[in-house]
Design a protein around this ligand. Structure first.
Ligand SMILES: *[C@@H]1O[C@H](CO)[C@@H](O)[C@H](O)[C@H]1NC(C)=O
Length: 374
């Protein structure tokens, strides 16, 4: 057993937040991205772009050395691809928001105590690894299409003509190069786990991979006489990140508990009655805490102060959310649209109404005994 299991880690998401913070302060300013609307050929990076790139390389050593928590292979990639790191940094907020959206009705809402805690081998940890890995794929792929990276561009294989159920079409515009995104994410995100040989490293590698799922949709534009669509130009675009979030949320709910093999080379399902995990399933080792009370050691913020839903019978109900501790009710007033009437033709006119609503928030544990063992 290596000691790394008991080391206190910074929360995975927070580590990514450090990436952004260190980058923004090291660069001083954020560079203007070379944006091009979806489905149009991207503009080739001009001389300005390459000068900007060289500038970034010059300071990339300083900036990459100041990001806490990177292993040496990640630092290397960081120095070689500083622009990619900026894209990842900008992506952090998006996938943190998606994680919070998926868990909005739950005691654990994708937040963790600021100071480090033992990163558990829990179901939630599995989700965080998967969505972070998916987020890197998304951020890098998008950056490729928008011409922000030197090392990649639109999918070079989507050229010439092809056929689908509607007939022949031409590949055109910019197809998202998700293969590059996946390769980059594998190299960068997994580098962290390749150092370790313990159960947690195996688990993280598995969940990172499960997160690198490709969601692409084909979009087309019609040409020809008055939109007759005799000619079509199509490209492949990544689906909205919400689709990834919804997918991983299902995988989180069906996550499979595993135990390490005797020889430490892999894992098997903990309860033989359940199915074996496939490469697309999320896996975890340890049961989750109940997240009712604040406990840094297990990464729980507790639910004191969280808003609950009095009329719900689900996870967001006051009974479940507040863990039976009860809740406080405060009355707030807010403006809403009301008494909307349809006017012929064609408008809907509403009045502004003052609405008074009760907001319920969970009480803190009685004994002020917020556990803190650090
Ligand atoms: C509270 O729960 C009820 C019943 O599930 C639901 O209809 C309502 O929209 C919820 N309210 C909020 C603010 O989420």
């Amino acid at each position: 057993m290596t000691t790394s299991v008991s080391i206190v880690y910074k929360h995975y998401l927070l580590r990514w937040l450090f990436v952004i913070l260190s980058f923004n302060s090291a660069r001083g300013r954020r560079c203007a991205a070379l944006r091009s609307p979806r489905g149009r050929p991207r503009a080739a990076p001009g001389p300005f772009a390459s000068r900007r790139y060289m500038g970034a390389v010059g300071s990339s050593r300083v900036m990459c050395d100041n990001v806490p928590g990177l292993v040496s292979r990640q630092r290397q990639l960081c120095r070689r691809h500083p622009e990619a790191m900026l894209s990842i940094g900008r992506g952090v907020a998006a996938w943190t928001a998606e994680c919070q959206h998926q868990f909005r009705q739950h005691r654990w809402n994708c937040n963790a105590p600021e100071r480090g805690h033992r990163l558990l081998g829990s179901r939630e940890s599995a989700f965080v690894h998967a969505i972070s890995s998916a987020g890197v794929v998304f951020a890098i792929t998008r950056a490729c299409s928008q011409g922000e990276l030197k090392s990649c561009s639109c999918d070079p294989r989507k050229k010439g003509s092809a056929k689908d159920s509607k007939g022949l079409f031409d590949w055109g515009g910019c197809s998202d190069n998700v293969d590059y995104g996946v390769r980059f994410a594998r190299a960068f995100v997994d580098a962290k786990e390749r150092k370790g040989k313990d159960a947690r490293a195996l688990m993280n590698l598995h969940n990172n991979r499960a997160g690198r799922k490709r969601f692409l949709k084909q979009e087309c534009k019609c040409h020809g006489v008055s939109g007759s669509c005799t000619l079509r130009t199509c490209w492949l675009a990544m689906a909205d990140f919400r689709k990834t979030g919804d997918y991983l949320w299902k995988k989180y709910n069906g996550a499979i508990q595993v135990v390490m093999n005797q020889d430490g080379t892999g894992f098997t399902v903990a309860n033989k009655k359940f199915k074996k995990p496939t490469k697309n399933d999320l896996v975890y080792f340890e049961s989750s805490p109940d997240y009712c009370i604040r406990d840094r050691d297990v990464g729980s913020l507790g639910t004191a102060g969280r808003v609950c839903n009095q009329s719900s019978r689900g996870m967001d109900s006051c009974e479940v959310m507040c863990c039976g501790r009860g809740y406080d009710t405060s009355r707030v007033s807010r403006m809403t649209k009301c008494e909307c009437k349809f006017h012929w033709c064609c408008a809907v006119r509403c009045q502004d109404c003052l609405e008074v609503v009760d907001i319920h928030t969970c009480k803190a544990p009685k004994s002020a005994g917020w556990i803190s063992r650090t």
